[in-house]
Structure formats: structure tokens, C-alpha cells
Design a binder for this molecule. Structure first.
Ligand SMILES: [Zn+2]
Length: 246
């Protein structure tokens, strides 16, 4: 997608969010940033270039979390910059590359002439949930389209919905109590279950001088802990709302 298209979707979203000039600038800079410098992801012992047209969901979610954390810490400039970068990838992902370079260029040219559909932006700001699960699902649902109107409609709608989800800092009522209750049931049910199966494994292994029960017990206790999915999901929701789970 051309810069012009990224910028025009960005401006429509900045208008909807009523961004002040500084935040607006940071956001629009972020939205073209991935095309300016090829991004590198670095971690302990690795460093690689982000594939521009097929960035992994993990890379996009990294920007989503950076944005969210920055907003929670009142660093709105950094927040809008990362939000812009995340949206850039969503918009690129809406564009199918096509088979011939020529047709791709022509389509991008035609796409850049299109106006951002206000209806798609408004719908995005209505149909969202402020949760990491919603954002991750939105990324998964973003498909490469061939028709320029479809590309524009999808890129605008998904960008607006994700922007709304990340910038909405309202905390659902009763969330803290719910987290506490879940944490308690996790401690009361899942952890003893895991320890129990591990203990049985150890005692059987000692009785028979056989490592198999211990190995089985360890696997079972790991499964028990990993199966406690609602708990892990809620951990992410807690983080999303700037809460700690304990
Ligand atoms: Zn790009």
C-alpha cells in the first residue's frame, strides 16, 4: 500500500479520535514508519528483518502491547507512534500482492485515489471490544483482497476497530474482583491438582525405582497447569487494563 493510502486512513482515524497536533503527528509518523526503515526484531541471541508484507502476528502484537502500555503510562506520543505502526501492517495485510508487478502497481495507484469510506471508520469505532483477544482476532481476520474498494473498506474498518480497542482505557466494572476470584480458584484447584499428581509420581517412582511414574506425573501436572486457560487469558486481560494478577 502506498504512503498516501496509509496517511489518508490515518487522518480519518486521527479525526475520529480528535487527536491534538502532537499526538496526530506521532501517529501519522508511526503509520508510515515501517516503509521508511525496514524493521528489525532483536532479542537475546537473535535479530531478524521483519518481512514487510507478511509480518508475523507476534510482531504486530508487540506494537499493540507497546502502544497499550504507553497509553496506560500516559505516554501518549509513544502510544500513538506504536499504534500507527501496528495499523500500517494491518493495512498492508489487506492488500493482495497479485501475480504481476504491473497490475499491483496500477492497483496501488488506483487505491491511492480512493477516498476513505467514513462508514467503515464509524463502524470500526462502534464494533470493537477493548481486549487483546479482540485485536489478535482482528489481525487474523484481515485477509488480502484484490478489489481496491474491498481493500480500502477492510483496511479502514479493521484499523479503526483496533485503534478504538487500544485507545479505550475504560476498565470494565468489577474486573478487579473477578480477577481476584479467578486467582483464588486457580490457587485452590489447579495448583493443588498439579502438585498432587507430581507428588504421586514422585512416590511411585521412589517405590519402584522407576522414573516413568515421575515423568508421567510431571506431564500430567504440566497439562493441568496449561489447561487452566481462562486463568492465563485473564492474566493478559489484567495486563491490558494495567492490573496485576495476585
Ligand atoms: Zn508497507
Amino acid at each position: 500500500m502506498k504512503w498516501r493510502s496509509h496517511i489518508s486512513i490515518g487522518k480519518a482515524i486521527a479525526d475520529a479520535l480528535e487527536l491534538p497536533p502532537g499526538e496526530r503527528k506521532a501517529f501519522l509518523e508511526g503509520i508510515v514508519e515501517p516503509d521508511r526503515h525496514k524493521e528489525r526484531v532483536t532479542g537475546p541471541g537473535y535479530s531478524y528483518r521483519v518481512s514487510h508484507h507478511h509480518p508475523s502476528r507476534r510482531v504486530v502484537m508487540l506494537h499493540v502491547w507497546m502502544a497499550r502500555r504507553s497509553f496506560l503510562r500516559n505516554n501518549s506520543y509513544l502510544g500513538y507512534r506504536h499504534l500507527g505502526m501496528a495499523l500500517h501492517y494491518i493495512q498492508d495485510k489487506s492488500t493482495s500482492k497479485g501475480f504481476l508487478g504491473m497490475s499491483h502497481d496500477r492497483r496501488e495507484e488506483a487505491l491511492a485515489e480512493l477516498e476513505v469510506p467514513a462508514e467503515a471508520i464509524e463502524r470500526g469505532f462502534r464494533k470493537y471490544l477493548s481486549s487483546p483477544e479482540f485485536v489478535s482476532r482482528s489481525l487474523k481476520l484481515t485477509r488480502p483482497e484484490k478489489d481496491i474498494h474491498q481493500i480500502m473498506a477492510q483496511a479502514s474498518f479493521r484499523s479503526a476497530a483496533v485503534a478504538a480497542a487500544i485507545t479505550d482505557l475504560r476498565r470494565p466494572s468489577g474486573l478487579e474482583q473477578k480477577l481476584r476470584a479467578l486467582h483464588r480458584s486457580h490457587l485452590l484447584v489447579y495448583v493443588p491438582l498439579a502438585i498432587g499428581s507430581l507428588a504421586i509420581g514422585i512416590s511411585l517412582s521412589l517405590a519402584w525405582w522407576n522414573p516413568i511414574p515421575l515423568a508421567t506425573g510431571t506431564v500430567i501436572s504440566l497439562i493441568v497447569l496449561v489447561r487452566d486457560r481462562p486463568y492465563r487469558q485473564l492474566g493478559k486481560v489484567a495486563l491490558w487494563h494495567g492490573l496485576k494478577m495476585h
